[in-house]
Ligand binder design. Sequence first.
Ligand SMILES: NC(=O)c1ccc[n+]([C@@H]2O[C@H](COP(=O)([O-])OP(=O)(O)OC[C@H]3O[C@@H](n4cnc5c(N)ncnc54)[C@H](O)[C@@H]3O)[C@@H](O)[C@H]2O)c1
Length: 353
Amino acid sequence: MSKVGIGVIGAGNISEMHVDGYKQRDDVDLVMIADMVPERASEKAAKHGFAHHTGDVDELLARDDIQAVSICTWNNSHAELAIRALRAGRHVLGEKPLCMSVDEALELQKVVHETGKHFELGQVRRYGQNATVLKSFIDAGDLGDIHYAKASMLRRAGNPGGWFADPERSGGGPLIDIGVHCIDLAWWLMGKPKVTSVSANSYSTIGNRANITTLDRWLASDYDPAVNGVEDLVNAVIRFDNGASIMADVSYSLHIPKETMLVAVYGDKGGAELEPSLQLVSEKYDTILNIEPQIANPSFDFQSFHKEIGHFVDLVKGEAEPFVPVEDGVEMIRILRAIYESAEAGREVTIER
Ligand SMILES: NC(=O)c1ccc[n+]([C@@H]2O[C@H](COP(=O)([O-])OP(=O)(O)OC[C@H]3O[C@@H](n4cnc5c(N)ncnc54)[C@H](O)[C@@H]3O)[C@@H](O)[C@H]2O)c1
C-alpha cells in the first residue's frame, strides 16, 4: 500500500500528540490540518509540514488523498465530525470521550457499522506499557476473576477552563474529561462487563480556582477564567452484570495535598495497582507477595500516544486488529451519563437497554 494520507481536524493542544505520533512513521503523508480558527491550522501546518491547511472541515473531508483522520476537537463535535468523515469514506481516530450523549453514541456506532470504515477511540492510557503488561497477567488468569476496582483522578486546581468548563461544548467536567481515562482503564482490565446501575454524587463548591496561578495546569487553547459551568468533583459506585463493581472519584478542584491517580483491580487470585505505579499482589505458599514488574515505564508515559497513532495507521493498512472499538465508547458514555443522571437525581439509576 502507498502512504496513508492523514487529515487532522482540530489544531489545539492534543493535536500535537497526534501529529507527533504520525511523524514517527515513514508510511504516512500529513496532507491537511483543519480548525475552525484558520490561523491555528495554518500555524500547525507550517510547524509540522502539512501540505495544506483550512478553516473548512468540508474541504478536508472532500480530499481523496486523505484516507484517515484524527478528530481532535471539542467533545460536542466528536460524533458529528466522525459521522461526516466515515460517510465521506475516511477511517477515523476519535479523541476521548466518544461523544457527549448516549443517543449520539448509538448513532455513531450505527454509521461505523454501515460504512464498514475503521473507527478507533483514543483511550490512550490503554497503550501504556504498565497497562499492556498488567493486561497480559490478567489474560493469563493471574488475578482470577476481578470483582472490584478503583478508578480515581483527583486534581487540586486542574480545571482547564475554556470549552472544558462549558457543558454545552464538553458535556460535563472532570467526569467526562478525566474520569473517562481511569474508568475506561479499570473497566477494560475487568474484561468489559455490562453496566447495570450506578449511584453517584456531584459537587460544585470550590469552583475553577483560576486564582491559583502558582501551579502548572492543562489549559484549553481558548482559556477563559470566567467560564465555569461544570462540576468540581464526582464520586460513584458502578455495578456490573457479573456482580463486579468500580468505585470512582474524579475532581478538577479538591482540597487535597497533592494530585493523585489510582487505578486498581482486585480479583480472587491476585490484585494489581496500575497507577500511580504498576504493582501486583499475589499469594504463594501461605505468604502474600507484592510483585514489582521491572519495566521501563511503571506509570503512564506520553510515548503511549506514539503507540496509539502507530496502531491506528497499522489498522488502516490492514496490519492490526481493532483495539478500542466504538462499542467500548458507547458503553463508557452509558456509564458516564448514568453517573451524571444519578448525581442529579440523588438516587441510584439503573441502565435501560
Ligand atoms: N487523550 C488525552 O489524554 C487528551 C488530553 C487532552 C485533550 N483530549 C481531548 O482532545 C480534544 C481536544 O482537546 P484540546 O485540549 O486539544 O482542546 P483545545 O481547546 O486545545 O483544541 C481544540 C481545537 O479544536 C478546534 N475546534 C473545536 N471544534 C471544532 C470544529 N467543529 N471544527 C473545527 N475545529 C474545531 C478549536 O478551535 C481548537 O483549536 C477533546 O476532546 C479532549 O477531551 C485528550
